[in-house]
Ligand binder design. Structure first.
Ligand SMILES: CC(=O)N[C@H]1[C@@H](OP(=O)(O)OP(=O)(O)OC[C@H]2O[C@@H](n3ccc(=O)[nH]c3=O)[C@H](O)[C@@H]2O)O[C@H](CO)[C@@H](O)[C@@H]1O
Ligand SMILES: C=C(OP(=O)(O)O)C(=O)O
Length: 440
């Protein structure tokens, strides 16, 4: 079993470079399926397990996918299947994002049901409602969802009951090739939606309003390959901002886009963190004890749910009591028990957690229950007394490029133990993926 071991108490200093955004690159790779002519070249594609997984989904559909040196090339001119098997969809819910492009391009798609996961049930009703409004017939059976349409999808007005990121992306991709105009109302406004819209427009789509609550898509007849650079990962940037804050350090976060991080910057400033902005990144430093604040997660531009557990780690060592309210996912407090194993004082009541500050965290054996929970445990371990051993590392590898190398370069005492057979398996997977072993 892989594990990450951290010995707490080191100050960090220096600069780290933020990788391309996982949550932008995944829908962008799925959108490459819409190009019937030419290749999509996607730069700053982070070497993450999730990127490998979605590449395998595209390969299973017949697309040619090649990854080298943080650039991914997708040639989807010829597809030979419209079915994304359970084998891949079970690994990563974002695999479901191939449904919109496949349906729009071929009139049919069959995708394994993504199911629930550690942070909540995560239904897909809003994606399906959108496809149905565009004329698709949806069928369910044997663990798969089938969508089919005679001829082309038709433009429609779709009001999302929740501003779902995935539903907005899936419907926006499907609508690019629909007949007529689609309006998505109560659309999600995350920066990753804007990045996807920019990519689709560069392929020849006609999308306006991405980043606002109403997106208008005028359907076109076909899309072709293009070249695109993925936006930097705002959640990775936020995680490193908290690494600096929790360890009382000064760190420059290269590539962080301040405008994408407003809710995080503003909460950290409220706590007493000093944040300097320039056009290349953010300088985070601390010159006073941090005060606890209350945090409520909300869709963008609210405080991101993907930063909730990291913020909770910081609250455990700040002055006072902070109240964390999770409104996006119904079960995203699994990390609380793990923090408590490190002597944190946190009480959960439904969707609210009351976090007592000024805790002297102690190293312990803990388990990453999901991706961000894993990152948050690493953050807590940076200031804990003694050694923390974190298992469930595969969750962390879904979304952080080489987190332990980046933290080590800043001065943290952190290392990873990989059992030998796993090193061999990773080597095999990289061979399939033709990935450069940048993290080996
Ligand atoms: C790959 C990716 O980009 N993942 C992000 C994306 O996930 P994802 O796209 O899955 O998240 P959504 O925005 O869709 O989910 C938000 C809420 O809406 C609900 N919902 C969603 C769809 C639906 O059809 N019906 C429904 O009820 C979900 O259960 C959840 O409670 O946005 C989340 C919210 O910012 C982030 O935490 C994830 O990191
Ligand atoms: C929840 C997350 O991702 P996903 O939607 O891919 O599970 C995340 O990035 O924190």
């Amino acid at each position: 079993m892989s594990k990450i071991i951290v010995r707490g108490g080191k100050r960090l200093s220096g600069r780290i470079k933020i990788s391309g955004a996982k949550n932008a690159v995944l829908p962008i790779i799925a959108a490459s399926l819409l190009a019937t002519k030419g290749e999509c070249v996607i730069h700053d594609a982070p070497p993450l397990d999730d990127v490998m997984t979605i590449s395998q989904v595209l390969r299973s559909l017949g697309a040619r996918v090649h990854y080298y040196n943080e650039t991914i090339r997708v040639n989807a001119e010829q597809l030979d299947s419209c079915e994304a098997p359970y084998e891949w969809v079970r690994k990563m819910r974002a695999s479901f994002l191939v449904m919109g492009p496949l349906l729009a391009r071929t009139g049919y798609s069959r995708i394994a049901l993504p199911g629930g996961c550690a942070i909540g049930t995560r239904p897909i009703d809003q994606h399906l409602k959108g496809f149905e409004a565009m004329g698709a017939e949806i069928g369910l059976g044997q663990g798969y969802i089938e969508a089919r349409v005679k001829g082309r999808l038709r433009g429609a007005k779709i009001y999302l009951d929740v501003a779902s990121v995935g539903a907005t992306e899936n419907i926006m991709m499907a609508a690019t090739l629909a007949e007529g105009t689609t309006l998505i109302e109560n659309a999600a406004r995350e920066p990753e939606i804007v990045d996807l819209a920019n990519f689709l427009n560069a392929m020849g789509a006609r999308i306006r309003g991405a980043g606002t609550g109403v997106i208008r898509i005028d359907g076109v007849d076909s899309l072709q390959g293009t070249v695109h650079t993925v936006i930097p990962d705002r959640i990775e940037a936020g995680t490193f901002m908290i690494a600096a804050a929790i360890s009382g350090s000064t760190v420059y976060i290269e590539g962080a886009i301040a405008d994408h991080l407003r809710p995080v910057i503003s909460k950290l400033q409220e706590m007493g963190v000093t944040i300097g902005e320039d056009e290349n990144g953010l300088l985070v430093s601390i010159d006073r004890p941090l005060r606890a604040v209350d945090v409520k997660t909300l869709p963008y531009p609210g405080f991101p749910t993907d930063m909730q557990s990291q913020m909770m780690a910081l609250l455990t060592v700040s002055d006072g009591t902070g109240i964390v309210t999770e409104t996006v996912f119904e079960n995203r407090f699994m990390h609380v028990e793990q923090f408590c194993n490190m002597q944190a004082q946190i009480k959960v009541d439904g969707r609210t957690a009351i976090v007592s500050g000024n805790t002297k965290l102690r190293g312990a054996k803990v388990c990453a229950t999901d991706l961000r929970a894993g990152a948050a445990l690493i953050l807590a371990a940076l200031v804990a007394d003694g050694e923390t051993e974190i298992t469930g590392v595969h969750h962390i590898d879904r979304g952080y490029v080489d987190i332990e190398r980046k933290l080590r370069e800043l001065g943290a005492d952190i290392r990873r133990y990989e059992p030998e057979e796993q090193t061999e398996q990773v080597a095999q997977e990289m061979k399939i993926f033709s990935i450069q072993p940048t993290w080996a």
